[in-house]
Design a protein around this ligand. Sequence first.
Ligand SMILES: *Cc1c(COP(=O)(O)O)cnc(C)c1O
Length: 355
Amino acid sequence: MELSINLTTQPKEIPADESKLGFGNVFTDHMFVMNYDEGKGWHDARIVPYAPIALDPAAMVLHYGQEVFEGLKAYRTADGSIQLFRPQENFKRLNKSNERLCIPAIDEEFALHALKELIKIEEKWVPHSKDTSLYIRPFIIATDAHLGVRPASSYLFIIILSPSGSYYAGGLAPVKIYIEENYVRAVKGGMGFAKTGGNYAASLKSQDEAKHQDYSQVLWLDGVHRKYIEEVGAMNVFFKIAGEVVTPALEGSILPGITRKSVIEMLQSWGEKVTEKRISVDDLVKAFEDGTFEEAFGSGTAAVISPIGMLKVGGKEYTINNGQIGAMSQKLYDELTDLQWGRKPDSFGWIEKID
Ligand SMILES: *Cc1c(COP(=O)(O)O)cnc(C)c1O
């Protein structure tokens, strides 16, 4: 497919103070756009100046939430070059989400090609300071002007870029979480494994209540039995109990994180045993009570590794590893970020250079 390029005549000023970037506030000069129409397929792939998009007020995405998205980062290395971390996995997952939401599949290879071209054009927007990155947000929305409930026949696939600051402004620090007993984010048979806005909409209320209670995230339970651990906020979750690493198995309601997959593969490369299985609240309580609970952490693109220092179960608060970062959590964070920012050679084949 052809990729047409139309450069802006009014480039914006690139923020000089990278410590003030925050997350998702600033957007670059250009975006990638591609249309889908029934009978025509995906067409008109183009890089154009970043601008608001015109949507009919009846556009189906606004009413029934037919949309999917991805999140990944471009990293600046010490020699000034730019690289991506397992981007093929993101476009592969985008198509899995597409399938669940009746959105036509995209050409994964072409999407990666288009993303690389976009990043080359926006090269100057990739920040230089430690732990900063260019956040990449591909997404697809249903655009038919129609209020009947059915899959749409027209879509927009867009990629926008946002230079973002360090996730850990004050350094890697353990968070306080509690087990969510009132709300669920997904159920088996629903959309939990798909990266779609609806899952986030479902999680807002719980997140809001957690913030008010001064907790940073909630630990989600499965929606059917309300007893098996699923995810922590919008991250996958790992526990180290009695020397063994465990993480909830992917059974349809959990988002298959690329960081999760990388953590598992990295631990295995170190000779650690990782078990994907159902983990109940009772299993965790038992491990606290018998003193075998060693570490807990979330995994996701934004935070990479987020150590958990305290978990509240019912009314009871359990401190994990004295509220300190566990050795395994720290090592995973260091090794993953060393690969992502190019500080260590990539023996896994996970790095994709932009040239
Ligand atoms: C994106 C996401 C994750 C983490 O996935 P990564 O590919 O590791 O960034 C975990 N849970 C939810 C609900 C997500 O949306």
